[in-house]
Design a protein around this ligand. Structure first.
Ligand code: GAF
Length: 415
């Protein structure tokens, strides 16, 4: 018998205390406040957000906490006062990271500081008056697990800078959409990961108790109630602990394949392909940088996955979450066979969870490692987790880690 390893979320007191203690220790003064932002898990709609499509993430109870203090006169006018200094509890032994804001730009920052300093850069590039600051970061969002630890860091810094530099964006959804755009730009241009906008939009714009239906074609959103307990269900998240790196070539290659296919078909994005006309569209695809049969499978995933988002939203909004299993399963099959972004570990989670009684299961996030979700009866959470852990043990894989996802609050001020 293998005991599953659970990943606890901190409460706000613990998160604020940790970030504040780190801040005092490294900077010898008090922060102006503590802000935090959640990681996310996507229910369905994978690899659709850079295709003008739909996705449906919820925020996790796991958050990244940032204690931050504005320094200098904050006008950003003089190079001496516009210095960014950063420290992270996850890099405890590292030296303080320090850089004039004027020196932050595409290709200049490596590692985790790119996500934090990058947001200051993109807000400034968007015309906002952002100056120097000190920040200390601590987080219980599992790192590198496909649960958006990077977006949580970006979004926590974004809401902090919004407040200390009085940008006035955090108070309503339109402003939060602009903060999300700044975070996405930081990730694309400073961290160099060509991701879509789902993760940052969720962290800043999704509400507690709801999934965020995000339409990446027109940037509209709908808040879809997502509370499983009254249905006797729970959403189990399994971190495979198998490495996952979005900045590597595979994610970018999928994105390029979709853009090339859209160009071949003469549409702005694959969202414009009507599912009813999918076969016709596929027949028109020819060999290019990739063989036509590969491109056809990529396109089929995107078009059918967007339709599955609508299907799941319909089930949620009509109180039929118990019927959602086959939709989740179909999403996984499509990601595994057509989009080819799953992994042996992700398939093992999905297969072993289903065999142990999960109603449905799928990989979530970018793939190539990372996490999977399973919809399970609330009284079977431990049994399903135990079965998955045991399946990993039998194959001598690194033990996976588990959490139960409750749709949680967006980024904001904590203290
Ligand atoms: C990662 C990316 F960051 C998102 O933008 C999205 O494309 C996702 O992979 C796949 O759905 O999380």
């Amino acid at each position: 018998n293998v005991t599953p390893q659970w990943l606890p979320a901190w409460d706000d007191d613990e998160g604020a205390r940790r970030a504040t203690t780190l801040f005092r220790g490294r900077f010898g003064t008090e922060p102006d406040g503590v802000w935090s932002a959640p990681g996310r898990v996507n229910l369905i709609g994978e690899h659709t957000d850079y295709n003008g499509g739909l996705c449906l993430p919820i925020n996790l109870p796991h958050r990244t906490y940032v204690a931050l203090r504005r320094t200098g006169d904050g006008t950003g006018a003089g190079p001496s006062d516009a210095v960014v200094r950063l420290t992270s509890a996850q890099e405890a032994d590292a030296e303080l990271w320090s850089r004039p804001l004027a020196d932050v730009g595409p290709g200049t920052v490596d590692g985790w500081p790119a996500y934090a300093a990058g947001v200051a850069w993109s807000l400034a590039a968007d015309g906002h008056d952002v100056g120097g600051f000190d920040a200390a970061v601590d987080s219980c969002v599992p790192y590198g697990a496909g649960l958006s630890s990077s977006a949580a860091l970006e979004c926590a810094v974004a809401v902090a800078l919004d407040e200390v530099f009085t940008l006035g964006l955090g108070g309503d959804d339109a402003g939060r959409a602009r903060l999300a755009a700044a975070c996405i730009r930081a990730e694309n241009e400073i961290a160099g990961a060509p991701t879509g906008g789902m993760d940052q939009s969720s962290s800043l714009r999704a509400r507690a108790g709801h999934a965020l239906l995000l339409d990446t074609r027109d940037h509209t959103t709908r808040h879809v109630p997502f509370v499983l307990a009254p249905h006797g269900l729970a959403l189990l998240v399994v971190d495979t602990r198998a490495s996952h790196q979005l900045a590597d070539g595979q994610y970018a290659a999928r994105r390029t394949a979709c853009e090339d296919a859209a160009a071949q078909l003469g549409v702005a994005t694959l969202r414009e392909i009507d599912p009813a006309g999918l076969d016709d569209a596929l027949a028109r695809l020819a060999d290019g940088a990739l063989p036509a049969d590969v491109v056809r499978r990529r396109v089929r995933h995107v078009v059918t996955e967007i339709a599955r988002v609508t299907e799941l939203v319909g089930l949620l909004e009509s109180g039929r979450i118990r019927d959602a299993g086959p939709v989740l399963d179909a999403s996984h099959a499509s990601l595994r066979d057509d989009y080819e972004v799953s992994s042996g570990e992700l398939d093992l989670v999905v297969d072993s969870a289903r065999a142990a009684g999960a109603l449905g299961a799928r990989m979530t996030g970018g793939g190539f490692g990372g996490s999977a979700i399973a919809l399970v009866e609330v009284d079977q959470v431990d049994a399903v987790a135990g079965a998955v852990a045991e399946a990993f043990g039998l194959q001598r894989l690194t033990a996976p880690a588990f959490l139960v996802a409750l749709a949680s609050a967006p980024a904001g001020r904590t203290r």
